[in-house]
Design a protein around this ligand. Structure first.
Ligand code: C2E
Ligand code: MG
Ligand code: MG
Length: 729
């Protein structure tokens, strides 16, 4: 209620009182009317007050009203939100409860505060109900009545901790610039450097002192043309933001690629105050990009293109050949017996061999020819413009001859041969993939026969290749499902006529193809690691059989098992010993037949393994002797007890003079080395007589018996086969 309305109301009431008891007069009516007017005024005034309070409550600013002593009389909703106290909690509390700093003294502080800050805004620290301290702007107003008496205070708070002071902002910007990973260079309107950051110095080598006052030519590498440079200059002069790559030069002279963005800062009048370039050194990224590129497209070991890049390059070559009606040739270059070399000499030597083979072949080919490595021991070449397919034969011959000289790798002298398959565009295929497939089929065909050389693809080969793949799958299955078995072929002593040994020969009982001979599947297995599993199975099975014969009390001669060159590694003696121990097989019951192919690995590797085997009490026979390429000098160094003359030299005796001479030479040599001589593949009595007269110790061949199942062999030993020898007398 206003003071004026109150006074009016009082006077009117007194007058009404004085008229009490009087009759209804116009005077009284007038008084009542006046009183009604005053009441209406009062109501309006009250409404205004309520409205004012409502506005205060809804204000977005936190508003706190206190009395003269600083005790809170009004606390709006925004204050409640900001400080966390409800109006009920805050009202009648002293405003200093909101202070963050405990030291405030109620009596003095209020006066000081308002004396100092009347009608000003100050930045203060305050505490919320939750205890959180925050920074806020506080504007203070003193409430006075018409006579300027202090009625109380109004404090308005607005939170500012998310707003930084301009000073803080400057400090923050400076720190961001200084600590940025990217180099930052700022030039003035005259294109002179006025500032650089630490990353600039780290990347370019120039300190702030060295850079300031220079132009951006400080980093000029000379790699860009005038047009490019004028674009950059225009950007520094405000032509618009610019981004790109610039090749710069460091202080030490090193060239480096940088990714740069340039912008300018203008004055209020629109002129350029500063230009800044932000750049990162992308030389590391570039290098790793190039490395990635190499990894994706090149063979790590030889540095030659890999299959991906080969396909791409051949694709381009074929497009050209198509336009020019030329032919294009693809050669699959497979290294023979590489797996055996790797197994024996180790992967370091094998890797070096691949590198050197790659180098020799690259030298043989012309620059426009493509050479790639596409598999462990598989290279491919493409001859993009060959006028006649026959020319590729000449190139193949050159590639083969490049391997003639042995490779000397860390004290090993390694020989390697290759099989080359050739396919021709457009006859054999229209794209890189199908040409490579055909060339590969031809190369594998040669490899299966263990023949170095080259061979043109022909469509019939595909059929054979399919059969080989099929065979490999079937063989894996056979190994797992027990379709393999051993047959035993007797060795007969020429002195006693008795069976003095037997060779265990593997057989595959194929569910559809019947009995598959080893010549069909052993070479396929040799191409994969399957031969190791097969070899282990053979040793296991032979030992099991020997044990079974021992257990049944039958005296049986020693059994020889054939070893693949790939089985012949440093762990072979231990593996064998473990199987023999498991079955309780004494070493004199087991013999090992090895082939000359093993010797390609070098005597230094194989001799220690052979010695270990001999030390275990096992006898070693050199199988198929005469067909390989071991030097006779080496043979002397091997601890071999038996030489087996290959059937190839037995076939021709006694009529073929050459074969007779070879057989005679082998026997003489064996005798000198005090080795036992066994001739294989004896089919006729003439052969038998001739070899006996030469001085062979034992014979093995169909004349006596082919390989037969264990039970049949057992009977044969029991019955003896002396009869056949009767022909001799
Ligand atoms: P190899 O070790 O030289 O075995 C002798 C081969 O000559 C056997 O062929 C045998 O049946 C055959 N043979 C024996 N006497 C005569 C004969 O009078 N006339 C003719 N035409 N052939 C005769 P097979 O069993 O087909 O084995 C062929 C080759 O397969 C073996 O030659 C051997 O290199 C390999 N092989 C056989 N079994 C195994 C094995 O268990 N492991 C490994 N790694 N290779 C094996
Ligand atoms: Mg053999
Ligand atoms: Mg043989």
């Amino acid at each position: 209620m206003t003071e004026q309305s109150f006074q009016q109301c009082l006077a009117l009431c007194l007058q009404v009182q004085s008229l009490q008891g009087a009759a209804h007069t116009p005077e009284l009516d007038a008084l009542v009317h006046a009183l009604q007017g005053v009441v209406a005024d009062l109501r309006a005034s009250l409404d205004q007050q309520n409205q004012a309070l409502c506005v205060i409550d809804q204000m977005p600013l936190s508003l706190v009203i206190t009395d003269v002593a600083g005790y809170i009389t009004r606390w709006n909703l925004a204050a409640q939100r900001l400080f966390g106290y409800s109006a009920l909690e805050a009202t009648a509390q002293h405003i200093l409860m909101l202070n963050a700093d405990e030291s405030a003294d109620i009596d003095t502080s209020m006066t000081d505060l308002f004396a100092e800050h009347d009608n000003t805004t100050v930045e203060v620290r305050r505490r919320k109900k939750s205890g959180e301290v925050f920074r806020t702007d506080m504007s203070l107003t003193v409430l006075r009545d018409d006579d300027h008496n202090v009625l109380g205070f109004v404090a308005i708070f607005s939170e500012i901790d998310k707003r930084l002071s301009s000073e803080e902002m400057l400090r923050m910007h400076a720190s961001i610039i200084e600590n940025s990973d990217q180099g930052i260079l700022i030039t003035n309107g005259d294109e002179r450097i006025v500032s650089v950051n630490a990353a600039f110095t780290r990347i370019t080598g120039y300190t702030l002192q060295e850079a300031v006052g220079q132009t951006i030519d400080l980093l000029r590498s000379g790699a860009h043309d005038a047009e490019f440079r004028s674009q950059v200059r225009a950007a520094l002069n405000g032509s618009g933001p610019w981004q790109g790559e610039i090749i710069g030069r460091r202080k030490n002279g090193e060239i480096f690629p940088q990714s740069v963005s340039i912008s300018v800062v203008r004055n209020d009048n629109g002129s350029i105050a500063h230009a800044f370039s932000i750049f990162s050194d992308i030389s590391v990224m570039r290098a790793s990009e190039e490395r990635m590129q190499r990894l994706v497209n090149y063979d790590n070991l030889t540095g030659l293109p890999n299959r991906t890049l080969f396909d791409q390059l051949v694709g381009q070559a074929l497009a050209l050949a198509r336009r020019n009606h030329d032919c294009c040739v693809v050669l699959a270059l497979d290294l023979n017996r590489f797996a055996a070399i790797k197994d024996t000499l180790g992967s370091d030597v094998a890797d070096e061999l691949l590198r050197q083979v790659g180098q020799r072949w690259r030298k043989v080919l012309r620059d426009q020819d493509i050479l790639a490595r596409v598999g462990s021991a598989e290279f491919v070449a493409a001859l993009p413009s060959v006028h006649k397919r026959e020319h590729s034969g000449l190139v193949s011959q050159k590639l083969l001859s490049a391997l003639d000289a042995p490779f000397d790798i860390s004290a090993n002298r390694v020989h390697i041969e290759a099989s080359i398959g050739i396919s021709v565009f457009p006859e054999n295929g229209m794209d890189a993939a199908s040409l490579l497939l055909c060339a590969d089929v031809a190369a594998k065909r040669l490899q299966a026969d263990n023949e170095p050389g080259y061979l043109f693809y022909s469509p019939e080969m595909n059929q054979r290749a399919k059969e080989q793949w099929q065979l490999e799958g079937d063989l894996r299955h056979a190994l797992a499902s027990g379709d393999l078995l051993l047959h035993y072929q007797p060795k007969v002593s020429l002195r006693s006529g008795r069976i003095v040994g037997a060779e265990a020969l593997i057989r595959w009982k194929h569910p559809h193809l019947g009995m598959v001979p080893p010549a069909k599947f052993i070479p396929v297995a040799e191409e994969t690691a399957l031969i190791l599993d097969i070899g282990s199975w053979v040793i296991e099975e032979a030992c099991r059989q020997i044990r079974a014969w021992m257990d049944s009390g039958i005296t049986m001669p020693p059994i020889a098992v054939n070893l693949s060159a790939r089985q012949f590694d440093r762990m072979l003696p231990a593996r064998l010993q473990a199987v023999m121990d498991r079955h309780g097989v004494p070493p004199d019951k087991l013999k090992l037949e090895i082939t000359e192919s093993l010797l390609v690995r070098g005597p230094e590797t194989v001799i220690p393994i052979m010695n270990d085997l001999v030390a275990m009490g096992l006898a070693l026979a050199m199988d198929d002797f005469g067909t390989g390429y071991s030097s006779l000098a080496n043979l002397k160094r091997f601890p071999i007890t038996t030489l087996k003359i290959d059937r190839a030299f037995v076939i021709g005796v006694p009529d073929d003079e050459n074969d007779c001479a070879i057989a005679r030479a082998i026997v003489t040599m064996g005798q000198q080395l005090r080795q036992e001589i066994v001739a294989e593949g004896i089919e006729t009595i003439q052969q038998m007589k001739f070899l006996r007269d030469l001085g062979c110790d034992q014979l093995q061949g169909f004349l006596f018996s082919p390989g037969i199942p264990a039970a049949a062999f057992e009977r044969m030993v029991h019955d003896g086969i002396r009869l056949k020898l009767d022909y001799l007398d």
